[in-house]
Design a binder for this molecule. Structure first.
Ligand SMILES: Cc1cc2nc3c(=O)[nH]c(=O)nc-3n(C[C@H](O)[C@H](O)[C@H](O)COP(=O)(O)O)c2cc1C
Length: 151
């Protein structure tokens, strides 16, 4: 299996925690979708996390995902769906032929986020969704990945 890319959005840090754990476990590249107009404030606030990022994506920025066979997309659940930032990213990239996995954190109920997301990735190969209420240990995430057949 080729390289994995993790792209995520997170405001209060729950989804970010899972994203960082996954990137460590899978040695995946990591990109954060920044919803601030300027990334300056983020750089100052979270220097330790920043060291682990491959990049911070501006809201409207497109990235080249050609090199990746598998893409994990992380989002908080907002109103039973992925955030507008994640939706925007997904709608502006082509996942044809790529394996795509959604991971979400939520407050207890993410409704039919998975079905909505599956429709968004169009011709991508949907591996399924991992969802966690607020937070979870890395080892639980690994077990869940195995359940989905992702090694
Ligand atoms: C605007 C907004 C909408 C939300 N909508 C939902 C929801 O529909 N269902 C749910 O279970 N939690 C909902 N939550 C809770 C978040 O999904 C949860 O706190 C999540 O872990 C936040 O992720 P983050 O820390 O990565 O930003 C909502 C939170 C916000 C701020």
């Amino acid at each position: 299996m080729g390289k994995t890319l993790i792209v995520y959005h997170s405001v209060s840090g729950n989804t970010e925690k899972i994203a960082l754990g996954l990137s460590r476990l899978l040695e995946a590249d990591l990109v954060k979708i920044n919803d601030k107009e300027k990334s300056g404030s983020l750089l100052i606030k979270t220097p330790s996390i920043l060291l682990q990022w491959s990049g911070i994506l501006r809201k409207d920025q497109k990235i080249n995902i050609d090199a990746y066979e598998r893409i994990f997309i992380g989002s908080p659940c907002w109103g039973y769906r992925v955030t507008p930032q994640v939706k925007h990213f997904v709608e502006n990239h082509d996942f044809r032929g790529k394996e795509v996995l959604l991971f979400m954190t939520h407050g207890g109920d993410c409704g039919n986020s998975s079905d909505r997301f599956k429709a968004l990735i169009k011709d991508g190969i949907y591996l399924g969704m991992l969802d966690y209420q607020i937070s979870v240990e890395d080892k639980v995430v690994m077990k869940d990945l195995k359940r989905l057949g992702v090694k």
